[in-house]
Design a protein around this ligand. Sequence first.
Ligand code: GDG
Length: 467
Amino acid sequence: MAPTGRLIVVSNRLPVTVRRQRTGIGLSESSGGLASGLKSYLDRHPGIWVGWPGIAADLLTAGQRQQVAERLSARDCRPVFLSRRLVTDFYLGFANRALWPLAHYFTQYPVYSQSQWQAYQQGNELFSEAALGEAAQDDVIWVHDYHLMLVPEMLRRERPKQRIGFFLHIPFPDFEVFRQLPWRSEILAGLLGADVIGFHTESDRRHFADCLERLLGLTVSKNRVAVSGRWVTLGVYPMSIDWRRFADAGGLPAVRRQIANLRRQLGERRLVLSLDRLDYSKGIPRRLEAYGRFLKSHREWHGKVTLVAVTVPSRQEVGEYESLRRTVAERVGEINGQFSTLGWVPIWYLHRSVPFELLCALYRLAEVALVTPLRDGMNLVAKEYVASQSDGQGVLILSETAGAAVELDRALIVNPFDLDQVAATLATALDMPLAERQERNAAMQAHLAEATVETWAASFLADLDRT
Ligand code: GDG
């Protein structure tokens, strides 16, 4: 059921990124699951998107900001301008140096800084004000992700009757981990401004409910909690993908050209794919090490398999990401140095974003996708890979610690910390009979064809509409 009123989506990033060019202002599509997924929903329903256009406001003149606002308005987007200081302390700071590592169980990484916490509050105020400037009383405001956890409560203070939803795209950690956060109660109270709080998985919801009970003394019953005379619903909505976009991509001439080109380069070699944002939560160094162990114990595959490892640059200003980049480059170098022959390089390493057509060609050609994050809210790459197997050939190896493992249970599920298991599973995948591969894919595809990003958004909004 579609909600009455308009939908106001509020997220850190807009689906459009603004860049300064010599000729003026340039706009490009933002990549990423939330952007492409919700955009396809908003294309079909009236609404507006409030978010940061990806460039610090200080880098633009007043005239350029005006120009950005006008051009974004034509795309139903409303920019929130963040100063360079807020980009550093709110976005790269509190959101990505405290909340992100904590939610992914990297408990030694978080930096807890009072000034970054203040910047987080200020940043959240700016998004909240922008949303209030757009929203009429009967509109629905849907706030997204860990950057904006205080926004629901900020909105609620101004609009007691507004329908407000919040969806968390990353894991909600266990109580013992979450309690580390000095501002844990403030974050929980911020979220409770929403009518519906959505999570990818049941275990995220359980962790959150546990924190409400143990840190705030609230009682959660039947996935609802009473807060100041209102009910807040805690729901599970596993996010998904634009299924048709990936299932049909193999038919696009540009994708077919990329497939033919890749096939020529690979010859008879089998392609194993590793593709993620370069993020420590994705487990890339361990995955490479597991591949190295596979090569060591399976010499029969030497010269017959190529790992294409794509790492998309991300949050480069944060120290941990820079050292991860060096670690990954070193590990690739070590494995290639140890195993290459004059005619064969075991890893092709691309440290950049690839265009959609090449992404789809890699999905189609890869006989195995190694998706082994140490912790992941959902992981849309796993779903996109399965959707792309129109001939049912590819084998997905997936971490048990990715939210996607709940639904994609016919993948080969591994513990990403058990490198010998990952190496052995890669050998199993490469040897798997075609009938078994097809049977596994068919089961997962039947689910993905039903549970799309459209049904994800619709089921969240239907619950919000009922409140
Ligand atoms: C967060 C959570 C959750 C990647 N490389 C390229 C490219 N991509 C696209 C993929 C996919 C998206 O980016 C990545 O989504 P993931 O879900 O895998 O990972 P995060 O970016 O960490 O997303 C995650 C998600 O939010 C949604 O809730 O699943 O757990 O961490 O759509 O296709 N696209 C192109 N070139 C690339 O090189 N064109």
